[in-house]
Design a protein around this ligand. Structure first.
Ligand code: TYD
Ligand code: MG
Length: 451
């Protein structure tokens, strides 16, 4: 398509159309198309420079391997083993969660050895310097810039031959290519596209901060997420000092990797042993509590599951699930009712995963059933016990993936007894852990409450 032909861009999804229509053909929103003078989004250097693209043999792509450490192993892990040269990453998260703090720390860690430009359209250089001083950061190769002209930022990054460019935030940036004000869909699109071209041409790694809307998505057209290589979300439980960083898109590594951080007086610290976050348990065993090994973000995590049952005063008992699917809980209760002697039918049931993480995998079934059973009986489970496993509708206990890894993790955290699905029990056993393999829910309950 000719470069200066006008196109119509949807302010909702960012989709392009060649003619004006009342309804966007991509997302079906009404009255969202606006005319822009078309600099088409080109995400590769060749397309941007107008030169014909050169084919490359698969074996001979040296750029594919270049990775730069960001100074914290939790961070490198989420990026898929450091940040790729010439890659563009988008970091989203609610205001105040710590995006600027994290990236200033990253800028300083990288800037200790390589040129880095930290450009902010939100804070003055004085404010950033003050924060850097509070965080006791020193980085001789780090340059700070407070500006919202994207062209000025890219020119400086070019002049300094920056290995890393941080843009905080995309919603405050303005490019001369588009006429609208910062934060408009057109500006967001053009600024991101320009940064992608800049990164691919010069090999500079770019990290862009993006604000999120009320429902948690990165504000602006969905197109931003398509343009960049990596999309990361920074998240926290309300009021908690712990932060989770998750990659929802990664062209260079696995998605859904989780990194854990804690916000301290001295900025963000990585949490190397995240299981400890979710295990601030009452030292006295109490009914209705059990530790399970979940697997989330590519790693095993020990999480306490809690259940509370109470004789119901309603015609239909209440069932409340925090962190697990409510339908899954309803199914579990039906299985317990039919296939064990512990019947929750006349009870209100509340279940909760401590720490605020939501787990969708089925390995929560067995520990939940045992915690509910423990609350029904009013009998505490052994404090050294951990369980995991899926429950089938006929009361059978089914295996879950990564059984051995889960057993290793519970051993590492000092637990000595595990109730696991038969197929997950290792033949050689695990030194220091008494593994009890069960085939049915009834067997599991018997094993859990035997003394
Ligand atoms: P910030 O990085 O400005 O968040 P974002 O860029 O995502 O909006 O984080 C600001 C919050 O972090 C603020 O509430 C104060 C807190 N904070 C600390 O607790 N310790 C620190 O060392 C710093 C720099 C900030
Ligand atoms: Mg900020």
């Amino acid at each position: 398509m000719a470069r200066n032909q006008p196109v119509y861009v949807c302010s909702s999804c960012g989709g392009e159309s060649l003619k004006w229509q009342g309804q966007c053909p991509h997302c079906s929103e009404w009255n969202t198309l606006t005319r822009v003078l078309g600099v088409r989004v080109a995400s590769t250097a060749a397309a941007a420079s107008g030169a014909p693209a050169m084919p490359v043999a698969l074996a001979a792509d040296p750029a594919a391997e270049e990775r730069m450490s960001l100074g914290m192993s939790e961070l490198d892990r989420v990026f898929g083993g450091g940040i790729g040269a010439g890659s563009v990453s988008l970091l989203g998260g609610e205001p105040g969660i710590g995006k600027s703090t994290l990236l200033l720390q990253v800028a300083a860690a990288v800037g200790a050895g390589r040129p880095v430009l930290y450009a902010s359209g939100e804070e003055s250089t004085q404010q950033i310097t003050q924060r850097a001083r509070r965080l006791a950061l020193t980085a001789p190769h780090l340059t700070l810039l407070s500006d919202n002209s994207l062209e000025a930022i890219m020119a400086l990054a070019n002049e300094r031959r920056a290995a890393l460019l941080i843009v905080d935030s995309i919603q405050t940036m303005q490019t001369a290519v588009a006429e609208s004000s910062p934060g408009s869909p057109q500006q967001l699109r053009e600024c991101t596209a320009a940064l992608v071209r800049f990164a691919k041409q010069g090999g500079t790694s770019v990290i862009i901060v993006g604000h999120v809307t009320k429902d948690g998505a990165i504000a602006g057209p969905k197109l931003l997420e398509h343009l960049v290589d990596t999309v990361l979300y920074f998240d926290a439980d309300a009021g908690s000092r712990f932060r989770m960083l998750r990659a929802t898109k990664n062209r260079f590594g696995p998605v859904n990797e989780l990194g854990f951080f804690a916000m301290t007086d001295a900025g963000l610290r990585e949490v190397r042993n995240p299981s400890a976050i979710f295990l601030s348990r009452n030292p006295q065993p109490v009914p209705g509590s059990l530790v399970m090994v979940a697997r989330d973000g590519g790693r095993p995590l020990l999480i306490e599951v809690q259940a509370l049952t109470d004789a119901t005063r309603f015609s239909a008992p209440r069932r409340v699930a925090q962190g697990v699917d409510a339908n899954r809980l309803a199914m579990l209760l039906a299985v317990m009712n039919r296939h064990s002697r512990l019947s929750p039918a006349e009870h209100d049931v509340y279940v909760n995963l401590v720490g605020g993480l939501a787990i969708s995998e089925t390995a929560t079934d067995l520990p939940l059933a045992l915690a509910i059973g423990s609350s029904l009986k009013g009998e505490a489970l052994d404090a050294t016990l951990v369980a995991f496993g899926e429950l089938g509708l006929t009361g059978e206990v089914r295996p879950v993936p990564y059984g051995e890894e889960r057993l290793k993790e519970l051993h590492k955290q000092g637990y000595t007894r595990a109730i696991v699905p038969q197929q997950n029990a290792p033949r050689q056993g695990v030194p220091g852990v008494k593994v009890q393999a069960v085939a049915t829910l009834a067997e599991a309950i018997e094993a859990a409450f035997q003394r």
